[in-house]
Write a protein that binds this ligand. Structure first.
Ligand code: PEP
Length: 262
Protein backbone atom coordinates (compact mmCIF):
# COMPACT_ATOMS: atom_id res chain seq x y z
CA UNK A 1 0.00 0.00 0.00
CA UNK A 2 1.26 3.51 -0.80
CA UNK A 3 2.41 5.33 2.33
CA UNK A 4 0.96 8.82 2.43
CA UNK A 5 2.08 11.21 5.15
CA UNK A 6 -1.04 12.61 6.82
CA UNK A 7 -1.61 16.33 6.62
CA UNK A 8 -3.53 18.28 9.25
CA UNK A 9 -4.52 21.91 8.71
CA UNK A 10 -5.84 24.39 11.24
CA UNK A 11 -8.26 26.77 9.52
CA UNK A 12 -8.75 29.65 11.94
CA UNK A 13 -11.31 31.27 9.61
CA UNK A 14 -12.18 34.87 10.62
CA UNK A 15 -11.17 34.27 14.25
CA UNK A 16 -8.37 35.35 16.59
CA UNK A 17 -6.64 38.68 17.06
CA UNK A 18 -2.93 39.49 17.23
CA UNK A 19 -2.55 38.23 20.78
CA UNK A 20 -4.58 35.06 20.27
CA UNK A 21 -2.87 34.27 16.95
CA UNK A 22 0.50 34.61 18.63
CA UNK A 23 -0.42 32.47 21.66
CA UNK A 24 -2.14 29.83 19.51
CA UNK A 25 0.75 29.41 17.10
CA UNK A 26 3.28 29.23 19.96
CA UNK A 27 1.11 26.62 21.67
CA UNK A 28 0.91 24.48 18.52
CA UNK A 29 4.66 24.75 17.84
CA UNK A 30 5.53 23.80 21.42
CA UNK A 31 2.97 21.00 21.53
CA UNK A 32 4.31 19.39 18.35
CA UNK A 33 8.03 19.80 19.12
CA UNK A 34 8.59 16.06 19.42
CA UNK A 35 6.00 14.87 16.89
CA UNK A 36 6.91 13.79 13.41
CA UNK A 37 5.02 11.70 10.89
CA UNK A 38 2.41 14.39 10.28
CA UNK A 39 2.55 17.49 8.10
CA UNK A 40 0.92 20.42 9.86
CA UNK A 41 -0.34 23.70 8.38
CA UNK A 42 -1.76 26.79 10.08
CA UNK A 43 -4.19 29.01 8.18
CA UNK A 44 -4.41 32.32 10.06
CA UNK A 45 -6.41 35.29 8.76
CA UNK A 46 -4.43 37.39 6.23
CA UNK A 47 -3.46 40.18 8.66
CA UNK A 48 -1.68 37.71 10.95
CA UNK A 49 0.28 35.77 8.31
CA UNK A 50 3.54 37.62 8.95
CA UNK A 51 3.14 37.35 12.71
CA UNK A 52 2.61 33.59 12.53
CA UNK A 53 5.44 33.24 10.03
CA UNK A 54 7.86 34.97 12.37
CA UNK A 55 6.83 32.68 15.27
CA UNK A 56 7.29 29.56 13.13
CA UNK A 57 10.66 30.82 11.86
CA UNK A 58 11.97 31.95 15.26
CA UNK A 59 11.30 28.49 16.64
CA UNK A 60 12.69 26.66 13.61
CA UNK A 61 9.35 24.92 13.17
CA UNK A 62 8.52 22.80 10.12
CA UNK A 63 4.83 23.70 10.46
CA UNK A 64 3.71 25.24 7.18
CA UNK A 65 2.10 28.62 6.72
CA UNK A 66 -1.18 28.56 4.80
CA UNK A 67 -3.58 31.15 3.40
CA UNK A 68 -7.34 30.68 3.58
CA UNK A 69 -7.89 31.99 0.06
CA UNK A 70 -6.22 33.80 -2.86
CA UNK A 71 -7.31 35.73 -5.91
CA UNK A 72 -6.31 34.15 -9.24
CA UNK A 73 -5.29 37.33 -11.09
CA UNK A 74 -1.65 38.44 -10.70
CA UNK A 75 -2.42 42.11 -9.91
CA UNK A 76 -4.74 44.97 -10.81
CA UNK A 77 -8.01 46.62 -9.85
CA UNK A 78 -9.44 43.97 -7.51
CA UNK A 79 -10.15 45.94 -4.36
CA UNK A 80 -9.89 43.90 -1.20
CA UNK A 81 -8.36 40.85 -2.84
CA UNK A 82 -4.95 39.29 -2.19
CA UNK A 83 -2.74 37.89 -4.96
CA UNK A 84 -0.73 34.70 -4.87
CA UNK A 85 2.50 36.67 -5.33
CA UNK A 86 1.64 38.71 -2.21
CA UNK A 87 1.03 35.52 -0.26
CA UNK A 88 4.34 34.07 -1.43
CA UNK A 89 6.00 37.29 -0.37
CA UNK A 90 4.58 36.73 3.12
CA UNK A 91 5.99 33.20 3.27
CA UNK A 92 2.79 31.32 2.45
CA UNK A 93 3.42 27.78 1.23
CA UNK A 94 -0.08 26.40 0.81
CA UNK A 95 -3.46 27.88 -0.12
CA UNK A 96 -7.01 26.68 0.57
CA UNK A 97 -9.28 26.74 -2.48
CA UNK A 98 -13.01 26.10 -2.62
CA UNK A 99 -13.73 26.01 1.10
CA UNK A 100 -17.45 25.46 1.62
CA UNK A 101 -17.86 28.88 3.26
CA UNK A 102 -16.47 30.50 0.11
CA UNK A 103 -18.72 28.35 -2.05
CA UNK A 104 -21.93 28.70 -0.04
CA UNK A 105 -21.59 31.99 1.86
CA UNK A 106 -19.66 33.97 -0.76
CA UNK A 107 -21.04 32.26 -3.88
CA UNK A 108 -17.84 30.97 -5.49
CA UNK A 109 -18.48 28.68 -8.45
CA UNK A 110 -16.52 25.62 -9.60
CA UNK A 111 -14.99 27.49 -12.58
CA UNK A 112 -13.65 30.28 -10.36
CA UNK A 113 -12.24 27.69 -7.96
CA UNK A 114 -10.52 26.03 -10.93
CA UNK A 115 -8.89 29.36 -11.82
CA UNK A 116 -7.59 29.63 -8.24
CA UNK A 117 -6.28 26.05 -8.11
CA UNK A 118 -4.49 26.56 -11.45
CA UNK A 119 -2.97 29.87 -10.37
CA UNK A 120 -1.81 28.51 -7.00
CA UNK A 121 -0.18 25.41 -8.48
CA UNK A 122 1.26 27.33 -11.42
CA UNK A 123 2.95 29.65 -8.92
CA UNK A 124 4.69 26.63 -7.37
CA UNK A 125 2.67 26.63 -4.14
CA UNK A 126 0.70 23.77 -2.64
CA UNK A 127 -3.07 23.73 -2.67
CA UNK A 128 -5.79 22.17 -0.56
CA UNK A 129 -8.91 21.81 -2.69
CA UNK A 130 -12.10 21.44 -0.62
CA UNK A 131 -15.09 19.52 -1.94
CA UNK A 132 -18.24 18.23 -0.28
CA UNK A 133 -22.00 17.95 -0.51
CA UNK A 134 -24.75 19.84 1.32
CA UNK A 135 -27.27 18.04 3.54
CA UNK A 136 -29.95 18.17 0.83
CA UNK A 137 -27.54 16.71 -1.69
CA UNK A 138 -26.60 13.92 0.71
CA UNK A 139 -30.24 13.16 1.56
CA UNK A 140 -30.97 12.96 -2.17
CA UNK A 141 -28.15 10.39 -2.49
CA UNK A 142 -26.05 12.75 -4.61
CA UNK A 143 -22.84 12.90 -2.58
CA UNK A 144 -20.72 11.26 -5.27
CA UNK A 145 -22.30 13.22 -8.14
CA UNK A 146 -21.57 16.50 -6.35
CA UNK A 147 -17.98 15.76 -5.34
CA UNK A 148 -17.24 14.33 -8.80
CA UNK A 149 -18.57 17.49 -10.47
CA UNK A 150 -16.59 19.72 -8.09
CA UNK A 151 -13.39 17.76 -8.68
CA UNK A 152 -13.79 17.51 -12.44
CA UNK A 153 -14.25 21.26 -12.86
CA UNK A 154 -11.69 22.32 -10.25
CA UNK A 155 -9.03 20.07 -11.78
CA UNK A 156 -9.64 21.05 -15.40
CA UNK A 157 -6.34 21.78 -17.19
CA UNK A 158 -4.30 20.74 -14.14
CA UNK A 159 -1.47 18.48 -15.36
CA UNK A 160 -0.89 15.24 -13.46
CA UNK A 161 2.59 16.19 -12.28
CA UNK A 162 1.12 19.13 -10.35
CA UNK A 163 -0.96 16.77 -8.22
CA UNK A 164 2.02 16.05 -5.96
CA UNK A 165 1.32 19.55 -4.56
CA UNK A 166 -2.43 19.07 -4.25
CA UNK A 167 -4.36 17.74 -1.27
CA UNK A 168 -8.09 17.17 -1.50
CA UNK A 169 -10.19 17.95 1.57
CA UNK A 170 -13.49 16.06 1.68
CA UNK A 171 -15.67 18.31 3.81
CA UNK A 172 -19.37 17.48 3.86
CA UNK A 173 -21.02 20.88 4.27
CA UNK A 174 -23.50 19.51 6.83
CA UNK A 175 -20.60 18.54 9.10
CA UNK A 176 -18.71 21.83 9.04
CA UNK A 177 -19.06 23.72 12.30
CA UNK A 178 -22.20 21.77 13.21
CA UNK A 179 -20.84 19.15 15.62
CA UNK A 180 -22.23 16.47 13.27
CA UNK A 181 -19.36 14.34 12.08
CA UNK A 182 -19.47 11.80 9.25
CA UNK A 183 -19.16 8.24 10.52
CA UNK A 184 -15.76 6.70 9.79
CA UNK A 185 -17.46 4.30 7.34
CA UNK A 186 -19.30 7.07 5.49
CA UNK A 187 -16.18 9.22 5.34
CA UNK A 188 -14.08 6.27 4.13
CA UNK A 189 -16.64 5.51 1.41
CA UNK A 190 -16.57 9.12 0.19
CA UNK A 191 -12.75 9.25 0.26
CA UNK A 192 -12.50 5.97 -1.65
CA UNK A 193 -14.88 7.24 -4.29
CA UNK A 194 -12.88 10.49 -4.57
CA UNK A 195 -9.64 8.54 -4.95
CA UNK A 196 -11.23 6.38 -7.64
CA UNK A 197 -12.36 9.47 -9.50
CA UNK A 198 -8.84 10.94 -9.33
CA UNK A 199 -7.70 7.59 -10.76
CA UNK A 200 -10.21 7.95 -13.57
CA UNK A 201 -8.82 11.43 -14.36
CA UNK A 202 -5.09 10.80 -13.81
CA UNK A 203 -4.49 7.04 -13.46
CA UNK A 204 -3.99 4.77 -10.46
CA UNK A 205 -0.42 5.77 -9.63
CA UNK A 206 -1.29 9.44 -9.06
CA UNK A 207 -4.54 8.51 -7.30
CA UNK A 208 -2.71 6.27 -4.85
CA UNK A 209 -0.37 9.12 -3.92
CA UNK A 210 -2.82 12.02 -3.62
CA UNK A 211 -3.72 12.89 -0.04
CA UNK A 212 -7.38 13.21 0.91
CA UNK A 213 -8.14 14.84 4.26
CA UNK A 214 -11.44 14.74 6.09
CA UNK A 215 -12.97 17.96 7.43
CA UNK A 216 -16.16 18.56 9.41
CA UNK A 217 -16.42 18.71 13.21
CA UNK A 218 -13.23 16.72 13.63
CA UNK A 219 -12.26 16.80 17.33
CA UNK A 220 -9.82 14.99 19.64
CA UNK A 221 -12.57 12.48 20.52
CA UNK A 222 -13.34 11.32 16.97
CA UNK A 223 -9.97 11.87 15.24
CA UNK A 224 -8.42 8.43 15.81
CA UNK A 225 -11.40 6.52 14.37
CA UNK A 226 -11.48 8.70 11.26
CA UNK A 227 -7.71 8.62 10.75
CA UNK A 228 -7.72 4.82 11.03
CA UNK A 229 -9.58 4.60 7.70
CA UNK A 230 -7.46 3.53 4.72
CA UNK A 231 -8.24 6.52 2.49
CA UNK A 232 -8.25 9.27 5.14
CA UNK A 233 -4.94 11.11 5.20
CA UNK A 234 -5.37 13.63 7.99
CA UNK A 235 -7.87 16.41 8.49
CA UNK A 236 -8.83 20.01 7.96
CA UNK A 237 -9.85 21.43 11.31
CA UNK A 238 -11.92 24.54 11.97
CA UNK A 239 -13.33 24.97 15.48
CA UNK A 240 -10.92 22.61 17.23
CA UNK A 241 -7.91 24.39 15.69
CA UNK A 242 -8.67 27.41 17.90
CA UNK A 243 -7.48 25.42 20.91
CA UNK A 244 -3.76 24.63 20.73
CA UNK A 245 -4.27 21.60 23.00
CA UNK A 246 -7.09 20.12 20.89
CA UNK A 247 -5.29 20.79 17.62
CA UNK A 248 -2.06 19.24 18.88
CA UNK A 249 -3.98 16.16 20.07
CA UNK A 250 -5.53 15.79 16.60
CA UNK A 251 -2.13 16.15 14.89
CA UNK A 252 -0.70 13.50 17.22
CA UNK A 253 -3.61 11.18 16.42
CA UNK A 254 -2.81 11.57 12.71
CA UNK A 255 0.87 10.77 13.34
CA UNK A 256 -0.13 7.71 15.41
CA UNK A 257 -2.43 6.45 12.65
CA UNK A 258 0.40 6.75 10.12
CA UNK A 259 2.69 4.76 12.44
CA UNK A 260 0.02 2.07 12.81
CA UNK A 261 -0.24 1.71 9.02
CA UNK A 262 3.48 1.05 8.52
C1 PEP B 1 -13.43 23.77 8.24
O1 PEP B 1 -13.56 24.96 8.43
O2 PEP B 1 -12.83 23.38 7.22
C2 PEP B 1 -13.99 22.83 9.21
C3 PEP B 1 -13.87 21.55 8.97
O3 PEP B 1 -14.57 23.37 10.32
P1 PEP B 1 -15.02 22.56 11.66
O4 PEP B 1 -13.86 21.69 12.06
O5 PEP B 1 -15.32 23.61 12.66
O6 PEP B 1 -16.22 21.73 11.30
Amino acid sequence: MTQRKPIVGGNWKMNTNRGVASELSRGVVDGLLHTDGVETVLFPPFPYLLLVRSILRDRGSSIKLGAQDAYPQPDGAFTGEVSIAMLKDCGVQIVLCGHSERRHVLGEKDEFINAKVRAVLEAGLECILCVGETLDERLAGHQDIVTTRQLKTALAEIPGDWLARLTIAYEPVWAIGTGKVATPDDAQAAHKQIREFVGHLYGGEIASRVRIQYGGSLKPGNAADLFAQDDIDGGLIGGASLSAGDFVTICKAAAASARARR
